[in-house]
Design a binder for this molecule. Structure first.
Ligand SMILES: *[C@@H]1O[C@H](CO)[C@@H](O)[C@H](O)[C@H]1NC(C)=O
Ligand SMILES: *[C@@H]1O[C@H](CO)[C@@H](O)[C@H](O)[C@H]1NC(C)=O
Ligand SMILES: *[C@@H]1O[C@H](CO)[C@@H](O)[C@H](O)[C@H]1NC(C)=O
Ligand SMILES: *[C@@H]1O[C@H](CO)[C@@H](O)[C@H](O)[C@H]1NC(C)=O
Ligand SMILES: *[C@@H]1O[C@H](CO)[C@@H](O)[C@H](O)[C@H]1NC(C)=O
Ligand SMILES: *[C@@H]1O[C@H](CO)[C@@H](O)[C@H](O)[C@H]1NC(C)=O
Ligand SMILES: *[C@@H]1O[C@H](CO)[C@@H](O)[C@H](O)[C@H]1NC(C)=O
Length: 807
């Protein structure tokens, strides 16, 4: 007996010691210096802390592999810049992780699901940093796996709406140009990102094709065996990459990274460090990134004027054409500029061949930037024609056609299949210290002879400097963009920081023109009619929705601009962005971005129900948008008119709330019998009819009704106008169904929803909590959002009408 005890003790001790490893107590701090020790996971595979960067005074808050010598960062916050020496990260009970600079200014904090309850942190051996509360029902308050940067690790998942963004370069962790996105429609795509708007370019260069509306993907799962697959609604999985690998998971680390060069790669690395152990690619997409990026915006896989060729491990190799040099000598993946002047000004027409010459490249093509096509043509004529034409930078000859191209050239690539030949023009005799970026215009103009050449030269100078200018504008904007991000992080909801709005002010005439005289009507709302329009914004036509406000309340005039200012400062992915407005005489118009997939009402109440996964995702997104309006923007916004007609859907079926912030401008709703009521019958909270104050809880009520509609795909009240009478009031009926345990009837026998029983039940209960007659019983939108996402337990709700039966 005694000996068994002894054995137990011997075994228990190390076990116990292991269990406490990885745990980080509230109050723990790491200071950003080279010598500070990181927090380690129990197995010491991963470390959390500061890593010093190339610039020795900058540190990156990150998670990395602790045991391998090659620096491999797997997590960082890509919206903040590296911090200076002496900054610190502290684990606090209120905000979780708080990163602050040496002057105690908060730079970032982990936004907790529920503030104020962190018990401890834990760095899991999977590389996930988890914040736990004392409440054991809640698995985590925050985890780094839910905020991925550019890397996925085994056991990590992507939900629809999530994504990865590449970094700038191997060592620069600022946001790069490439996105991996798991779109709301279930499709996993690789796209390029445009700087500085952060919008996706249209160019999708890889897609998993898992957006079948009947059976969309809903999770991307990276298994601990090192395989990546997409789970679909009907339990099928679609594997990305090899099904089983020859690489044993017990002896290797795996990671999947969207590399800074745009290739999404699954890598492995032996756990035991031998001298030449390194990360080796196991699988990657796309097969040929040089050829895969085809969009007409952006520079392609490499920078402008660069040529992309594929290396043996499916990576892009970027090279400037001869006589072209890198704009940023340290960034070989960046743009190239000619190391000579390409201009018509200094050369007499007949001496062009003496000054310029051609370099011929086989199998090189720039598919875009044409300004002229000569067909039929032949090789020698094609080259000569470019040489003679002072506007021509490159000519491509292929299948009897000659394409003449201007700068900047984009999507340059080596393509063996095309059988193309590139004639690249360069200048033979250039004065040695002529730097194309610094010729003052005067110098060029001095050589002008007559007015005719003046015009020509002017335009040439414009076009050749346009490229440099574009780059300059690009870099400046990117700078602003970074500053913007930084600002955004530093804003605390409570600080009344003043933000510049970038709303455009429209003249009425402009909008008449943009909408072609208010020709195409998109819809009619409580506050006015919406028209489709086209707005030419910096040489780009964008489609917009123009809303004509009709019933303005008397004192709204004064408030209009103040309100525009408030709306202009909002920025959330689940809100429709206001682009500008018009406030001229009697005319009040709002210009919004156009949402191609219409509104939620037409999605929900049409013959074919949208699938449960999409519906529940939309509900969660709407909740997030309202949380933002209530808690996170500098001025609190109560929407007052949440209903499916005011939820719009963008290209990828992301829910976007519209019409927020304008409720107080409108005359009171004439469709309601009481004065003072704002909103729509069926969605307005009971306090509008009582003598109780109007708070954010009115939106919670409307959201509850909307949530029940999303669950059941039924309208709350009959649409009498359209003769649609089912004689039920959804909110009452939902309560009856819930009480009788008949969620199947409520969900209209939607088998997907019924299979997802826990979530369905959770959603129904949340809906009933929201429609409580007593506004103080309704949860806040933040709580609603947490309950929907399943991070907070949902209690069984009471009957929503405690008053109605007595009064
Ligand atoms: C930083 O802020 C904390 C909490 O507000 C305070 O206790 C501490 O003294 C401050 N340190 C400095 C250097 O200001
Ligand atoms: C670490 O993560 C794995 C996978 O998510 C999980 O199964 C395990 O419980 C976690 N470990 C701890 C101690 O939380
Ligand atoms: C990273 O790249 C960005 C954008 O090009 C640049 O502004 C920043 O200074 C770079 N950071 C470092 C540490 O080089
Ligand atoms: C997705 O569809 C496109 C177009 O049909 C095809 O080129 C591509 O190979 C498909 N992707 C996958 C992963 O099957
Ligand atoms: C999906 O898998 C779950 C759990 O394995 C199972 O209960 C359910 O019936 C499956 N659904 C379908 C449609 O096959
Ligand atoms: C090439 O094309 C040009 C113009 O189309 C023509 O004048 C010339 O004769 C052609 N040369 C040959 C060798 O075919
Ligand atoms: C660019 O031009 C300058 C001056 O003509 C020359 O010294 C330099 O070597 C050139 N660089 C390249 C990469 O050709």
């Amino acid at each position: 007996m005694a000996s068994t005890h002894l054995i137990f003790c011997i075994f228990l001790f190390p076990l116990f010691a292991q269990n406490t490893a990885g745990t980080v107590a509230v109050g723990s701090i790491i200071i950003a210096t080279e010598t500070s020790s990181p927090w380690l996971s129990p197995s010491q595979d991963f470390a959390f802390g500061f890593r010093s960067l190339n610039d020795k005074d900058r540190f990156l808050l990150s998670i990395w592999y602790h045991k391998i010598p090659e620096q491999t960062v797997v997590w960082y916050v890509n919206t903040i810049d590296p911090v200076s020496r002496g900054s610190k990260v502290e684990l606090t009970s209120n905000f979780g992780l708080v990163l602050s600079d040496p002057h105690n200014q908060t730079l970032w904090n982990s936004e907790l699901m529920i503030p104020g309850q962190v018990d401890h942190g834990f760095l899991n051996d999977t590389g996930n940093f988890i914040l736990r509360g004392s409440d054991t029902d809640i698995q985590w308050l925050w985890e780094s796996f839910r905020l991925p940067a550019d890397t996925l690790l085994p056991s990590q998942e992507l939900k629809t709406g999530d994504g990865l963004i590449s970094r700038q370069s191997e060592t620069n962790f600022s946001l790069g140009r490439f996105y991996l996105r798991f779109r709301n429609d279930g499709n996993l795509v690789l796209t390029t990102r445009s700087v500085p708007t952060n919008e996706e370019n249209d160019a999708v260069y890889y897609e998993s094709n898992t957006s079948d509306p009947l059976n969309p993907g809903y999770r991307v799962i990276f298994s601990s065996k090192g395989t990546i697959s997409i789970f679909k609604i009907n339990n099928q999985t679609q594997l990305l990459g090899p099904a089983s690998t020859s690489v044993p998971a017990s002896e290797n680390y795996f990671r999947a990274t969207i590399d800074f060069d745009g290739v999404f790669t699954l890598y492995y690395h032996p756990m035991t460090s031998t001298t030449n152990a390194k990360w080796s690619p196991l699988w990657s997409v796309p097969d040929n990134i040089c050829l895969s990026i085809t969009g007409d915006k952006g520079s392609g896989a490499c920078g402008f004027n660069s040529i992309c060729s594929l290396t043996n491990d499916q990576k892009p190799n970027c090279e400037c054409p001869e006589r072209y040099v890198l704009l940023d000598p340290n960034n070989k993946y960046g743009s190239c500029i000619p190391n000579f002047t390409l201009s018509c000004a200094q050369v007499e027409p007949d001496s062009r061949e003496e000054v310029y010459d051609l370099i011929v490249h086989e199998d090189v093509d720039w598919p875009l930037s044409d300004y002229e096509q000569i067909n039929p043509s032949n090789e020698s004529f094609c080259g000569q024609s470019c040489l003679q034409d002072c506007l021509c930078a490159v000519a491509i000859f292929r299948s009897d056609s000659c394409w003449k191209k201007k700068l900047p050239l984009s999507n340059g690539r080596v393509d063996m299949k095309l059988n193309a030949k590139a004639f690249i023009k360069y200048r033979k005799t250039d004065s040695p210290n002529l730097n194309p970026r610094s010729i003052p215009p005067v110098q060029v103009q001095e050589r002008l002879k007559d007015r005719k050449t003046l015009i020509l030269v002017g335009s040439v100078f414009l076009s050749s400097s346009l490229f440099v200018n574009l780059l300059l504008i690009g870099t400046t904007c990117f700078g602003c963009y970074l500053i913007f991000w930084k600002k955004k992080i530093m804003f605390h909801p409570n600080t009344n920081a003043v933000v510049e709005t970038n709303l455009h002010y429209f003249a009425y005439g402009e909008l008449v023109e943009a909408t072609n005289g208010f020709k195409e009507e998109l819809g009619k709302g409580a506050c006015g009619v919406v028209y489709k329009g086209e707005w030419q914004k910096s040489s780009r036509n964008i489609i917009v929705a123009v809303k004509k406000l009709d019933r303005m309340s008397g004192d709204a005039d004064k408030e209009f601009r103040a309100e525009m200012n408030t709306i202009g400062q909002t920025n959330h992915k689940n809100l429709v962005h206001l682009l500008g407005f018009c406030d001229e005489g009697q005319h009040r118009l709002l210009v919004y971005e156009y949402m191609s997939n219409g509104n939620l009402a037409s999605l929900l109440f049409c013959d074919k129900k949208p699938n449960w996964n999409l519906r529940s995702q939309i509900a969660i997104e709407i909740a997030r948008g309202i949380v933002y309006l209530h808690d996170e923007c500098s001025t609190q916004i109560i929407h007052c008119d949440i209903k499916p007609q005011n939820i719009l859907l963008d290209d990828h079926y992301n829910a976007r709330i519209s019409d927020f912030g304008i409720a107080k401008l409108l005359a009171t709703n004439q469709s309601s019998t009481r004065t003072g009521v704002r909103g729509t019958i069926g969605y307005v909270a009971p306090e509008w009819y009582r003598n109780t104050p109007i708070t954010v809880k009115v939106d919670v009520y409307s959201f509850g009704v909307l949530l029940l509609e999303i669950i059941s795909c039924r309208k709350n009240v009959d649409d009498v106008e359209n003769g649609d009478r089912s004689n039920i009031i959804l909110t009452d009926w939902a309560w009856d169904c819930f009480q009788e345990g008949r969620l199947d009837i409520l969900a209209g026998n939607d088998f997907e929803a019924l299979e997802d029983k826990l979530k369905l039940e959770r959603f129904v209960m949340v809906g009933i909590w929201c429609i409580q007659e007593n506004s103080s019983c309704r949860p806040t939108m933040r709580k609603v959002s947490q309950m929907l996402e399943g991070v907070v337990e949902v209690m069984v709700p009471p009957c929503p009408y405690p008053f109605s039966f007595t009064s």
